[in-house]
Design a protein around this ligand. Structure first.
Ligand code: DAV
Length: 383
C-alpha cells in the first residue's frame, strides 16, 4: 500500500508537494476581513476584478520555474484545479461578489502527519478555495489508506466575526503597531478562524501566530483537536499587518530559525527556544524596497523560502542578501525566479503545501520550562 501523505515539519526531506496556480485569479472586493489587511497606501484599495491576463501568465511561468526545480530534485509535484474565481458566492450567512485564487495553497491546507486539513479561513472570498484541492485530496484518499482527509469546522463569517470600523485609514503606523502589540485584531472570538500559513509545525509542537487571520479561539480549538501536541500562541508586535508566520519566523532545520528583524519574537516568548538550544537569528534584509505591483504582501517575502531538506533551500532569485545569509548558515541555496508570482499571494513557501516529507514526529523541545506561549499550560506541566 502506498503512503502518499506524511509531513511533520518544514525541513525534513521533501518528496511530494502541491504547487499553486494563478489561473483566473481575482483581486477580491473589500470585505470586513480584508479591509485591514490591504495596506492603506496599496494601489489595490478600491479596486477589484480579474487580474490582468499578462500578469497571470507571467505568475504561472514563475510557478513553472519552481515546478521544474522541484522535479529536477526528485520531488513529485501536484497541481490544484482552478475554479472561475470571479464568480459570486453565497452561504446562509453572507454573500460575496467573488472568490480569489488557488495560488497560495499554504494558506488553505495544513499537513500534520498523515492528515491534510482544509483551514477555517477568515476571508469570505476564500470560503470555497478548498474546492481547487479536492480532486487531489480524493486522489490521495483513493491511493493512501492512511490518509486522513479533513475539513476544520467551517466558520460562519457573519458580521459578528469581525470588528467593524477596525479599518481606519487615518490611523498612523504607530497606532497600528500599538494595536497589534495589544493583540487587537480585526477578527472577533465568536468562532475559531485560522489560515494554515499561521501554523508552524515542529513535530510535537505547533506554533501558531495570533494575528489578523488567526484568532485565539482557533488556538484553543487546535489544542483540543490535537491533545497529543503542544500548541503555542506566538505574536510579533513589530508587524503592522500580521498575517501568516512564514515571512516572520522561518525554521531552516532543527535548532535554527530566521526571524524577521523588524518583527522580533518578544523576549518572554523565547523561553522554550532558549531552553532547548534553538538559535533565533535575524533574517537578512530584503533586496527590494517595495513589493511588486498589486501585491498584498510585504518585501519580507524575501525570507519566505522553501526548505528541501536540512541542508538545501530554495530562495527567490533576486533575494541576494537572503541567499548570502543562507549560504553562511551552511545551506545549499537554489535560486528560483518567482517574484512575479508574489502578487497572487506570496513567495516560495506560500506557493506550496506539503504532501510528503520523510521523517517522523519528533520532540524538538524536550526541556520544559515556564512557557507563556502555551495555550493550555495546565496540560503541559513543567519539568
Ligand atoms: O510580510 O506581508 C506575507 C505572508 C504571506 N503568506 C508579509 C506576510
Amino acid at each position: 500500500m502506498t503512503k502518499i501523505v506524511n509531513s511533520w515539519n518544514d525541513w525534513d526531506p521533501l518528496k511530494r508537494v502541491i504547487v499553486g496556480r494563478c489561473d483566473n485569479s481575482v483581486i477580491p472586493p473589500e470585505e470586513p476581513a480584508t479591509s485591514e489587511k490591504v495596506p492603506v497606501d496599496s494601489e489595490m484599495r478600491g479596486m477589484w476584478g480579474l487580474r490582468p491576463l499578462a500578469t497571470v501568465e507571467r505568475g504561472n511561468e514563475c510557478l513553472e520555474n519552481l515546478v521544474k526545480i522541484l522535479e529536477d530534485h526528485g520531488v513529485i509535484v501536484d497541481r490544484p484545479t482552478p475554479l472561475q474565481w470571479n464568480q459570486a458566492i453565497g452561504t446562509p450567512d453572507f454573500r460575496n461578489d467573488s472568490m480569489m485564487t488557488c495560488m497560495p495553497p499554504r494558506d488553505i491546507l495544513l499537513t500534520i502527519g498523515s492528515e491534510i486539513m482544509a483551514a477555517a479561513n477568515s476571508f469570505r472570498c476564500r470560503y470555497f478555495e478548498y474546492l481547487a484541492y479536492w480532486p487531489l485530496m480524493k486522489e490521495y484518499f483513493d491511493e493512501d489508506p492512511s490518509f486522513k482527509w479533513t475539513q476544520a469546522p467551517r466558520p460562519r463569517l457573519t458580521d459578528k466575526s469581525y470588528k467593524h470600523n477596525y479599518y481606519d485609514e487615518k490611523i498612523s503606523l504607530e497606532e497600528r503597531l500599538i494595536r497589534t502589540a495589544n493583540k487587537d485584531f480585526v477578527t472577533t472570538e465568536i468562532e475559531p478562524m485560522w489560515d494554515a500559513a499561521d501554523v508552524m509545525r515542529m513535530g510535537k509542537d505547533l506554533f501558531i501566530q495570533h494575528g489578523l487571520t488567526t484568532n485565539r479561539a482557533a488556538m484553543d480549538w487546535f489544542q483540543r483537536y490535537y491533545p497529543e501536541y503542544r500548541v503555542h500562541a506566538v505574536n510579533f508586535p513589530g508587524d503592522p499587518y500580521p498575517i501568516h508566520i512564514d515571512a516572520t519566523f522561518v525554521p531552516l532545520r532543527p535548532g535554527l530559525i530566521i526571524n524577521n528583524p523588524v518583527r522580533p519574537l518578544p523576549e518572554e516568548q523565547r523561553a522554550i527556544f532558549d531552553a532547548n538550544d534553538w538559535q533565533i537569528v535575524d533574517a537578512a534584509q530584503p533586496a527590494h524596497t517595495e513589493p511588486p505591483a498589486l501585491c498584498y504582501s510585504s518585501v519580507w517575502l524575501s525570507m519566505n523560502c522553501l526548505v528541501l531538506d536540512p541542508k538545501t533551500v530554495i530562495v527567490e532569485a533576486s533575494e541576494v542578501y537572503q541567499q548570502e545569509q543562507m549560504d553562511k548558515l551552511g545551506m545549499n541555496v537554489i535560486p528560483c525566479d518567482l517574484r512575479d508570482a508574489y502578487p497572487f499571494g506570496g513567495g516560495l513557501h506560500c506557493s506550496t503545501a506539503d504532501v510528503y516529507r520523510e521523517g517522523t514526529c519528533e520532540d524538538y523541545f524536550p526541556n520544559r520550562v515556564k512557557d507563556p506561549t502555551l495555550v493550555r499550560p495546565e496540560m503541559w506541566p513543567e519539568g
